[in-house]
Design a protein around this ligand. Structure first.
Ligand SMILES: Cc1cc2nc3c(=O)[nH]c(=O)nc-3n(C[C@H](O)[C@H](O)[C@H](O)COP(=O)(O)OP(=O)(O)OC[C@H]3O[C@@H](n4cnc5c(N)ncnc54)[C@H](O)[C@@H]3O)c2cc1C
Length: 392
């Protein structure tokens, strides 16, 4: 007798969304997280239209209700893109960019999972040898073992579940090469003389990456992300140079650092009874690094696959497919093609910037009008900019 139907390692947006959906459908679910919530996660806090639609579809939360709960704390319908001191694109947009703080957003999602019936173990990590795929069990670092029919790895970019066996068997040897370095600093808005009321991104300071200034209600989030292998200079040193050029009088503010999957998504992140979702599978947009949506969307797809197969097993139908198999098919349809095309667009943009500097991009952005932003929001696909019926 297994302890649970599903064990999820990691209670970030990916793990909590899966926990919520599976518990709500009556499955016995356990989330194990090494942190105690509310916990923070390094992030710029931008959520796009497709994320807002997912929150509505999955949790029944609208933009208004998320604002009332103070989860969305800022929005802007204008953006600017710079190359050095040259403004190469700026525009008012029909669908605003919205901003959240991860401490409250992630805590809210985890509470939703708990309220739906998910059991939770906080402050307890798992290690590299914690997963036993044959026994379908996970042993925490303090030595407690839990078993389930299915184990989901939602333990972020440094996933122990993935590192246990996925990369060697089915993954990409270039995983760590395509993990970007990300650095961020937070400034109280009162402490900054210049007014930053909208998101600004800067394309010139690094190769294969960018820097940003994103406003939240109380603070500015200033950060950089870039592929280490493409940059001769250490990304942190570049970030310090970038910050000094902003003339912001930084004082003692600390720079926080983490990694971000940036084009290293796994093509087959499921095998037998184990599935990876979110950053653990490398599901962040290779162009802008957006990962909250892909974390929650892959959780939704994994849950759909598990529930479909469990329903089928309970009934009289002959289910040829495993949940892993169904999940991989759904991923191909809804996530992998998008990430592949975002990666191609990134390649074209940075090749162009390196060869011809900013003029072609400036021209392209002005010719394309609202389309680039609609792609980021998910209203259009990265694949040939096709408008998506379901989000229109
Ligand atoms: C600097 C920076 C800025 C970003 N900005 C944005 C942005 O503006 N918008 C956006 O959409 N995305 C952004 N991202 C990406 C986004 O943060 C991630 O894609 C997202 O957090 C992925 O969610 P997740 O649930 O897969 O993983 P996580 O949010 O990382 O959650 C993983 C969970 O697993 C737990 N865990 C980890 N290891 C273990 C272990 N061994 N045992 C048990 N538990 C474990 C952790 O405590 C954590 O709670 C940014 C990332 C960075 C680094």
């Amino acid at each position: 007798m297994k302890n649970y139907d599903v064990i999820i390692v990691g209670g970030g947006p990916a793990g909590s969304t899966a926990g919520y959906l599976l518990s709500k459908s009556g499955l016995r679910v356990l989330i194990i997280d090494k942190s105690t919530f509310p916990r923070n996660k390094l992030c710029a806090g931008l959520i796009t239209y497709k994320t807002v639609k997912l929150m509505e579809r999955v949790f029944g939360e609208t933009v208004e209700s998320l604002k009332e709960k103070d989860l969305i704390n800022y929005e802007s319908d204008y953006y600017e893109v710079y190359y050095g001191d040259k403004l190469i694109a700026h525009r008012n947009v029909a669908v605003p960019f919205r901003f959240i703080e991860r401490e409250s957003y992630d805590h809210f999602l985890l509470k939703k999972a708990r309220d739906a019936g998910t059991d939770l173990i906080e402050g307890e990590g798992i290690g590299l040898r914690s997963l036993d795929i044959l026994k379908s069990s996970v042993t925490t670092l303090s030595g407690k073992t839990y078993s389930a029919d299915i184990i989901i790895g939602a333990d972020g970019a440094n996933s122990r579940i993935r590192r246990s066996f996925f990369v060697d068997l089915f993954g990409r040897e270039d995983w760590s090469e395509n993990l970007a370095a990300a650095h961020e600093i937070f400034l109280s808005r009162d402490s900054v003389r210049k007014k930053f009321e909208h998101p600004v991104i800067f394309f010139d300071c690094v190769d294969c990456g960018y820097a940003w200034i994103f406003p939240n209600r109380e603070r500015l989030k200033i950060g950089i992300v870039a592929l280490k292998k493409k940059n001769k200079e250490d990304v942190l040193t570049t970030f310090r140079t970038f910050l000094s050029g902003l003339d912001l009088h930084l004082g003692e503010e600390k720079i926080h650092s983490y990694v971000l999957p940036y084009g290293c998504f796994l093509p087959s992140p499921a095998f037998r009874n184990v599935m990876l979702i979110g950053d653990a599978a490398g599901f962040a947009d290779p162009l802008l690094g957006e990962g909250i949506f892909y974390a929650q969307r892959s959780a939704e797809l994994a849950s759909e696959a598990i529930l479909e197969v469990m329903r089928c097993r309970k009934g009289s139908e002959n289910c040829g497919n495993t949940a892993a198999h169904v999940y991989l098919k759904l991923l191909q349809k809804h996530i992998l093609t998008e990430l592949e095309y975002a990666g191609k667009i990134r390649h074209v943009i940075f090749t162009c910037l390196n060869k011809f500097r900013y003029l072609p991009l400036k021209l392209l952005m002005s010719l394309m009008g609202d389309k680039p932003v609609e792609m980021v929001h998910g209203i259009r696909s990265y694949k040939w900019m096709k408008r998506k019926k379901e989000l229109a």
